[in-house]
Design a protein around this ligand. Structure first.
Ligand SMILES: CC(C)(COP(=O)(O)OP(=O)(O)OC[C@H]1O[C@@H](n2cnc3c(N)ncnc32)[C@H](O)[C@@H]1OP(=O)(O)O)[C@@H](O)C(=O)NCCC(=O)NCCSC(=O)C[C@H](O)C(=O)O
Ligand SMILES: [Mg+2]
Length: 269
């Protein structure tokens, strides 16, 4: 069962499930989705502790939607995660480094929750269309750190080298009718760079961005939600539209623009 709030998500905050303080804090934060990580944020010696903490956290009340990221399908920890999470009431399960749609069928059968698949490797990119179309998958997440490493991009550059990958992820998600979440911004002290990254992600079509720190939530929610002018324009467009091609505020509008305006209004909070 897919939560109605999922297509409206703007911000998705990762945190290591081994960090009890961060879990406690995240329950009260304004992120639309919180992702308790069992994968790369958790050192090997804390994997079991993180699983136990994630299961306990999922049994409590959350204001944001709650997701748990399991370890990658090709890792020995993956099967342990699936066993530990059986019956867990998380809203979503995030599966990293997906390269084959079949890997997701295994997770869906084991956990029966909606799935967000992370595309983080060249093989994953080429399989993204099948991955997004796999039953149970509600969308894709760009794993931009792993992608940059796999593509051997030079460190500390802009996102030019990721442009095609990001667009392939968005296209695959949309072809399957799913949502698409942009990758994280690592430079915690560069707020201007983060805002530019959010604006770029939204311009590419992503409806949300994955985050790593509470300080990123407010900017992300603001930049991925419609602003006042967009909202006013959408409302006026719907009120003015009578069907077919017509002139509205100096531009042509048709049925798809009315549908877009309804989506804008649905995303306004
Ligand atoms: C990146 C961090 C390790 C930085 O930690 P730190 O310097 O200790 O943070 P602060 O001192 O600034 O923290 C201030 C308070 O905020 C809480 N906090 C910090 N981060 C989070 C969070 N993510 N969620 C909830 N709360 C958080 C601290 O506990 C402090 O609270 P208080 O005690 O009240 O002062 C750290 O931010 C962090 O661990 N971030 C998440 C890292 C993570 O989950 N990584 C995995 C996903 S990223 C990724 O790999 C994506 C993808 O796979 C790819 O390939 O790109
Ligand atoms: Mg990754």
């Amino acid at each position: 069962m897919i939560d109605d709030r999922l297509p409206l998500v703007r911000s998705a905050l990762f945190l290591p499930a081994s960090n009890a303080r961060a879990i406690e804090k995240a329950q009260r934060l304004a992120a639309d989705l919180v992702i308790l990580d069992l994968e790369d944020a958790v050192p090997a010696e804390l994997k079991e502790e993180a699983r136990v903490a994630a299961v306990a956290a999922a049994a409590t009340d959350w204001t944001p939607l709650l997701a748990i990221r399991v370890n990658a399908p090709d890792r020995p920890e993956h099967a342990k995660d699936l066993a530990a999470l059986a019956g867990v009431p998380a809203d979503v399960i995030v599966v990293p480094k997906v390269e084959r749609a079949d890997d997701l069928a295994v997770v869906r059968k084991a956990l029966g929750r909606p799935l967000l698949a992370m595309i983080e490797t060249p093989k994953g990119l080429y399989a993204a269309r099948d991955i997004a179309a796999e039953p149970g998958v509600v969308g894709l997440i760009a794993g931009s750190n792993d992608l940059a490493a796999e593509l051997r991009l030079p460190p500390r550059q802009g996102r030019e080298g990721l442009a095609l990958a990001l667009q392939m992820i968005l296209l695959a998600a949309r072809a399957a009718g799913g949502i698409a979440l942009d990758g994280v911004w690592n430079r915690l002290d560069d707020a201007d760079g983060f805002a530019e990254d959010c604006a770029q992600g939204r311009a590419l079509g992503f409806e949300a961005k994955t985050l790593i720190h509470p300080n990123q939530i407010e900017t992300c929610n603001r930049l991925f939600g419609p602003d006042t002018a967009e909202l006013e324009d959408a409302q006026a467009l719907i009120a003015a539209a009578t069907g077919g091609a017509e002139r509205f505020r100096g531009r042509m509008i048709e049925a798809m623009h009315v549908a877009q305006a309804h989506r804008t209004i649905a995303r306004a909070r």
